[in-house]
Ligand binder design. Structure first.
Ligand code: PLP
Length: 229
């Protein structure tokens, strides 16, 4: 089932790119495997998936040694500062940086492990109270402050759009994130590029791609519904 779902999602990505006049290779599909058992990740791996997204530090630590070393792990969930040290040398991109203190901790732990870490800043674009992420107005300042830290590189922005039944309702937010990233790019801040826009999930990734997403995070559409026990 995972294999067929992946094929379907990839086909949808291709079509969305076509509609937007974008080359499909601009869009990275992240298979969001949180709560799913290792055999399902192995199925996705066998079907060609190399980018996996997880939202819990413990789950990355459990799965990391059980799966092939060429997987790129994406930390997409809220990250507590005291847990940064466990994953800083295991993940290829941290999507969920939403404070200077967190960026400082990532920088410091990366220095200790002698690695460089790519990060995205999470923006709460719709201003939802239930969501993590910085306000749009604070993004530029945090980019500037994070860019000055050693061992981390700001690569772009991430957002979790509101939960909606019609994905068209989120188009405005995806467009706003893209505009924000263009604004930041134009400031030509050292050690910052805005090449990554991580936005779009199972319900709305096609709209996100039409609005410029370069990474989409798809869980349910690949692995099926999650059961939280
Ligand atoms: C769970 C999760 C996803 C995937 O959600 P689906 O709707 O299952 O595709 C994407 N991004 C983040 C940050 C998540 O926590």
């Amino acid at each position: 089932m995972v294999k067929e779902n992946l094929a379907q999602v990839r086909e949808n990505i291709r079509k969305a790119c076509e509609r937007a006049g974008r080359p499909p290779k601009e869009v990275t599909l992240i298979s969001v495997s949180k709560t799913k058992p290792v055999p399902m990740l192995e199925e996705a791996y066998a079907a060609g998936s190399r980018d996996f997204g997880e939202n819990k530090v413990q789950e990355i630590m459990d799965k990391y040694p059980q799966l092939p070393g060429d997987i790129r792990w994406h930390m997409i969930g809220h990250l507590q500062r005291n847990k940064v040290k466990y994953i800083v040398d295991k993940v290829s991109l941290i999507h969920s940086v939403d404070s200077l203190r967190l960026a400082q901790e990532i920088s410091s732990q990366a220095g200790k492990k002698q690695v460089d870490v790519d990060i995205l800043l999470e923006v709460n674009i719709a201003g939802e109270e239930s969501k993590f992420g910085i306000a749009r107005e604070d993004a530029i300042r945090l980019v500037q402050e994070a860019a000055a830290l050693p061992h981390i590189h700001v690569k772009g922005l991430m957002t979790i759009a509101p939960f909606v039944s019609d994905p068209e309702d989120n188009r405005q937010y995806f467009r706003q994130i893209r505009e924000l990233s263009v604004d930041i790019e134009q400031k030509n801040i050292d050690n910052v590029n805005m090449s990554v826009l991580s936005m779009g999930m199972t319900g709305d990734y096609m709209v996100a791609i039409e609005e410029g997403a370069t990474m989409v995070r798809v869980g349910t559409g690949i692995f099926g519904e999650r059961n939280y026990g």
